[in-house]
Design a protein around this ligand. Structure first.
Ligand code: PEP
Ligand code: MG
Length: 309
């Protein structure tokens, strides 16, 4: 199954072989420890921009290598998906000169920022290639909207590899995946899937861009807030359609697909995602116990139904 590639060397109980992994969203090595204590089966999203935001300078290759290698070491052979710097919009480090934008959420952010600062991006890619010798690291690109962004990122990855060869540094080329967090990426997921090794659906931004509602502005979400917690809003239904489509396209291409936004750990949706055939769910550490419980209940029901639901 598609899950085999993501569970490669993880030592999980046999009963979970071939079933979706419950992974953790983290922003630091301390979070990785919390994730392990919560029985996470790996890291589905390391928000590496935390390294850039928590520093008064651009983090060097050595500084980044140390953090990535530490997390990979802590996680042993469990997967560690490291998202490349998702800067821009509400995440602007003081040391990075940026032009004021009218619509930052629609401006230079995520992969767009990385491609505009190739030297900064290459430093991160070199650190990631080197740290990949220490564990099962996978690289993930944020805010993708087109195939050309993947091709340009791949070119910079090849440049980083060439540089490490020249420097005679040990490295490994990890799998490369993308976030599906814009409606364009979800709608083009059949075209993007053959170009990458995995997808991870970011429901926070996918919801923001699908509903055209600022994720940070509580006023625009007010109307939905009063609904019964067990119900779904029409906007959530719209996002679920995009998720369903993305999972189908990923599996048509035999690549694994996870979900890593807030919805992935929301008890209203976990069973739905399992039913859609998702390969992993990545959530905040405090959600992991709940996610594992729903997964266990779902598979008990599944077996009682004779393996058909
Ligand atoms: C998302 O957009 O769903 C996501 C996981 O990324 P972030 O919340 O860091 O934007
Ligand atoms: Mg996002």
């Amino acid at each position: 199954t598609a899950f085999d590639s993501i569970s490669r060397d993880i030592n999980i109980a046999d009963e979970w072989k071939g079933k979706p992994a419950i992974l953790a969203n983290i922003s630091s090595a301390a979070d990785a420890r919390r994730a392990l204590a919560s029985a996470a089966e790996g890291v589905g999203l390391f928000r590496s921009e935390a390294l850039y935001l928590g520093s008064d300078h651009a983090p060097s290759e050595a500084e980044q290598y140390q953090v990535y290698a530490e997390i990979a070491g802590l996680m042993k052979n469990r997967p560690v998906v490291i998202r490349t710097m998702d800067l821009g919009a509400d995440k602007q480090p003081g040391w990075l000169p940026v032009r004021q934008e009218e619509n930052p959420a629609l401006g230079v952010r995520g992969i767009r920022m990385s491609l505009r600062h190739p030297e900064l991006f290459r430093t991160q890619l070199c650190a990631l290639l080197r740290a990949s010798c220490e564990g099962d690291i996978r690289i993930m690109l944020p805010m993708i909207t087109s195939s050309s962004e993947i091709l340009r990122a791949r070119k910079l990855l090849a440049d980083a590899e060439e540089e490490l060869k020249q420097r005679q540094m040990p490295y490994r080329m990890p799998p490369l995946g993308i976030m599906i967090e814009t409606p364009a990426a979800a709608l083009l997921s059949d075209r993007l899937a053959p170009k990458v090794d995995f997808f991870s659906i970011g429901t926070n931004d996918l919801m923001q861009y699908t509903a055209a509602k600022d994720r940070q502005n509580p006023d625009v979400w007010e109307e939905e807030a009063g609904t019964d917690a067990s119900q779904q809003s029409d906007e959530e239904d719209a996002v679920l359609e995009l998720i369903r489509m993305t999972i189908c396209h990923a599996h048509d291409c035999q690549i694994p697909v996870g979900i890593c936004g807030e919805m992935a750990g929301d008890p209203r949706f976990v069973e739905k995602f399992l039913h859609m055939g998702v390969d992993s769910l990545s959530m905040a550490p405090y959600r992991i116990a709940g996610g594992r419980k729903i997964r266990a209940e779902y598979y008990t029901k599944f077996m009682e139904a004779g393996g058909k639901m």
